[in-house]
Design a protein around this ligand. Structure first.
Ligand SMILES: Cc1cc2nc3c(=O)[nH]c(=O)nc-3n(C[C@H](O)[C@H](O)[C@H](O)COP(=O)(O)O)c2cc1C
Length: 178
């Protein structure tokens, strides 16, 4: 798909069909695309916990998501994204390179995840990035090491709605030119 069309057509999807659940191979394809993202000194600190089986998805939805996100993610495969902290933005001794510190890890993960959701849109899959989730419960459920910061849960599935595009701010509201 032409890039401009792709970025305009991607939407946060909050209803998925039971049929057409993404396969393990498709999820692998999304992550391979996401891995093409730039990262701090090529540190590649993004990590993915891919919940493909229905049982584990239901368990995470029940135990780690609030009701509204639990419903929205029904029938979707779930990807928990984390990053290895105190690496991107830090030198070999573990000292921050500047004031942003672990913000660079979040930055890198965001770049990475944007490619993931765009790749999904290209494959005809819908996605929903969820920031409202219980990170510590997710850590326990998936045995995520303390060296990683749990960030988002991304639902990926066959869309059962066509959301309208929420308005974007005008260029002059967000950009200053010098
Ligand atoms: C970091 C982040 C966290 C989000 N968390 C949630 C969430 O918990 N639940 C939800 O329904 N949408 C969530 N969203 C989706 C946003 O509401 C959505 O991206 C925004 O309204 C713009 O709509 P669009 O993605 O269709 O362009 C999140 C998006 C981002 C980037």
């Amino acid at each position: 798909m032409e890039f401009q069309k792709l970025i305009e057509s991607r939407r946060s999807v909050r209803k998925y069909t039971a049929e057409g659940r993404p396969t393990r191979e498709q999820i692998g394809e999304l992550i391979a695309a996401a891995q093409e993202a730039p990262s701090w000194k090529n540190s590649q600190t993004a990590r993915f916990y891919c919940l493909v089986s229905e049982d584990i998805c239901n368990k995470l939805r029940e135990e780690c998501l609030p009701g509204f996100n639990r419903e929205r993610a029904e029938n979707a495969v779930l990807i928990v994204t984390t990053f290895v902290h105190t690496r991107a933005g830090f030198d070999k001794e573990g000292n921050p390179d500047n004031e942003v510190g672990n913000g660079w890890g979040f930055y890198d993960l965001g770049l990475n995840n944007e490619i993931l959701v765009l790749k999904a849109a290209e494959l005809g899959l819908g996605t929903l990035i969820m920031g409202i989730r219980d990170g510590e419960k997710i850590r326990g459920l998936l045995d995520i090491p303390e060296s990683e910061t749990v960030v988002s849960v991304i639902a990926v599935g066959a869309p059962d709605e066509q959301p309208i595009r929420p308005k974007r701010r005008a260029l002059e509201d967000v950009a200053k030119f010098f």
